[in-house]
Design a protein around this ligand. Structure first.
Ligand code: B12
Ligand code: SF4
Ligand code: SF4
Length: 337
C-alpha cells in the first residue's frame, strides 16, 4: 500500500476529504503578513504584532524538528446552510452567530478539531512510533492559510479566505507538523478564481476589506468587534448596516459565488438537521429566538461565572457575559434609533 493511499485511509474515517502536505517551512505569503502589520491593519489584535510576528517567518521557529505538515480542512458548510434556512424562517429573531460556532456539534472547534488531530496523530504514530508531532489550530504562531494554500487546498480569495473550488470556504484549517517526511503527495498550487468578482468587497457592511492588498483591516471587521473585544468598544462604522451579527461574521463568505454553489448542491438529511438542532439547542434558544431586550435582561441577571459555566464548551464563552452584552446592546441601541 502506498503511503499516500494509507493517508487517505487514515483520514477518511474522520470525514476529511480535503487535505494536502507541505514540506517547505517558509510561508510564501510572509511578506504579505509583514506589510499588513507595518500598515497597522492588525489594529487591536496585538498578539499578531509582538515577538510572535518574527516566529511566523519559519515554521521551524515554532517546531524546530519540522519536516512536513499534514494540512486538513474541517468542513462546517452544513451548519452554514442550516443556519441560513433558520435565519429566513419565522423562528429567527434577526440576530446571527457565525456558522463555525454551531458547526462542530455545539463544541468549540478548538476542542473538537483538536481531539480529531490527536486521534489522527495516534494513527500516524502507529505507523512510526518515533515520529514527533505538534498541531497547529488557530492560536499557534503559524500562517495557516498559507499552509493550506501550499498544500493545494485552494486560493486566497479577495476576502482573505482560503477558498476551494469544490468545497468553498466554510472550513477550519487544522494541521499536524511532523518531524519526518511521512507522505508523498504531489500538490498543485491553485490559481485565483475570483476573477472580476468583487461581491465580498461591495457587500461588507463596514468596508473592512482592503481591495488593493486583498487583506482585512482588522479594526473594521465585525468579527474583531464581536469576538475579540470583550469590554466596551466602539462599533466599526457601518456596523449599523450589518445583518444582526452578535458573534463573528459570515457576510463575505455567504455572498461568495463559490460558497453559494456549494450550498446549492449540499444535501442534508432530516436526521442530520435534527442532530444539529439538538446539539445547538442552548445557543439557538438563548440567543437566536427570543426578543433582543429579553436576551439582554436574561444576561443582566446571570453572573459571569454562570455564563461561563453555561457556555463553557462553546466558542461564545470567549467574549464572556460582558462581551456578549456589549454586542447585544450595540445592536439594540441601533434598533432604537
Ligand atoms: C487574526 C485572525 C482573524 C482576525 C483577522 C482576520 C484576517 N483576515 O487577518 C479576525 C478576528 C478579523 C478574524 C476573522 C475571521 N476568521 Co480568523 N484568524 C485569524 C488568525 C488567528 C491569524 C490570521 C492572520 O495571520 N492574519 C494576518 C493576515 C495578513 O493574514 P491572512 O488573513 O491569514 O491572509 C493570508 C492570505 O490570505 C494571504 N494573502 C492575503 N492577501 C494576499 C495577497 C497576495 C498577493 C498574496 C500572495 C497572499 C495574500 O497571505 C496572508 C498571510 O498568510 C488565523 C489562524 C492562523 N493562525 O492563521 C484565523 C483564521 C484565518 N480565521 C478563520 C476564520 C474561520 C475566520 C472567520 C470566518 C470567523 C468568523 N466567521 O467570524 C472570520 C473571517 C474574516 C476574514 N474575511 O478574514 C480561519 C480561516 C479558514 C479559511 N478557510 O480561510 C483561520 C485560518 C483559523 C483556522 N484555523 O481555521 N480572524
Ligand atoms: S467578516 Fe464581515 S466585517 Fe469582516 S470582512 Fe467579512 S463581511 Fe466584512
Ligand atoms: S465574493 Fe467574489 S471576490 Fe470575494 S472571495 Fe468570493 S469570488 Fe472572490
Amino acid at each position: 500500500m502506498s503511503r499516500s493511499k494509507s493517508l487517505d485511509d487514515i483520514l477518511r474515517p474522520f470525514g476529511i476529504e480535503l487535505y494536502g502536505v507541505v514540506n517547505d517551512s517558509i510561508p510564501s505569503s510572509y511578506p504579505t503578513y509583514r506589510s499588513w502589520i507595518s500598515r497597522g491593519d492588525h489594529g487591536e489584535l496585538s498578539y499578531l504584532a509582538d515577538e510572535r510576528c518574527d516566529k511566523r517567518e519559519n515554521i521551524k521557529n515554532y517546531f524546530p524538528e519540522f519536516e512536513q505538515a499534514l494540512v486538513m480542512a474541517f468542513d462546517y458548510s452544513k451548519s452554514s446552510k442550516i443556519m441560513n434556512e433558520f435565519y429566513n424562517s419565522s423562528q429567527s429573531n434577526g440576530l446571527k452567530i457565525a456558522s463555525y460556532v454551531l458547526g462542530f456539534e455545539g463544541m468549540d472547534y478548538h476542542f473538537f478539531v483538536r481531539d480529531k488531530l490527536n486521534e489522527i496523530s495516534s494513527a500516524l504514530k502507529e505507523i512510526d512510533e518515533s515520529l514527533e508531532i505538534q498541531f497547529t489550530l488557530d492560536t499557534q504562531p503559524i500562517l495557516e492559510r498559507d499552509l493550506a494554500y501550499k498544500a493545494g487546498l485552494g486560493w486566497f480569495g479577495k476576502n482573505s479566505m482560503l477558498i476551494n473550488q469544490k468545497k468553498g470556504s466554510f472550513f477550519i484549517i487544522g494541521s499536524l507538523l511532523l518531524s519526518k517526511k511521512m507522505f508523498q503527495k504531489e500538490e498543485t498550487l491553485d490559481v485565483d478564481h475570483c476573477g472580476n468578482c468583487t461581491k465580498c468587497i461591495d457587500l461588507c457592511p463596514t468596508n473592512a476589506i482592503d481591495k488593493s492588498h486583498r487583506t482585512i483591516i482588522a479594526d473594521k471587521c465585525i468579527s474583531t468587534y464581536t469576538i475579540e473585544l470583550f469590554k466596551d468598544a466602539k462599533a466599526p462604522k457601518g456596523f449599523e448596516n450589518s445583518g444582526g451579527e452578535i458573534y463573528g461574521c459570515d457576510i463575505c463568505q455567504d455572498v461568495c459565488p463559490w460558497n453559494i454553489k456549494v450550498m446549492k448542491s449540499l444535501e442534508i438529511s432530516d436526521s442530520e438537521k435534527e442532530n444539529f438542532y439538538k446539539k445547538n439547542d442552548d445557543i439557538i434558544s438563548t440567543f437566536l429566538k427570543p426578543s433582543i431586550d429579553s436576551i439582554i435582561n436574561f444576561l443582566e441577571t446571570l453572573s459571569n461565572r454562570k455564563y461561563r459555566k453555561k457556555f463553557h464548551s462553546s466558542p461564545i464563552a470567549r467574549t464572556g457575559r460582558i462581551g456578549m452584552l456589549k454586542n447585544l446592546r450595540s445592536i439594540f441601541s441601533q434598533k432604537l434609533k
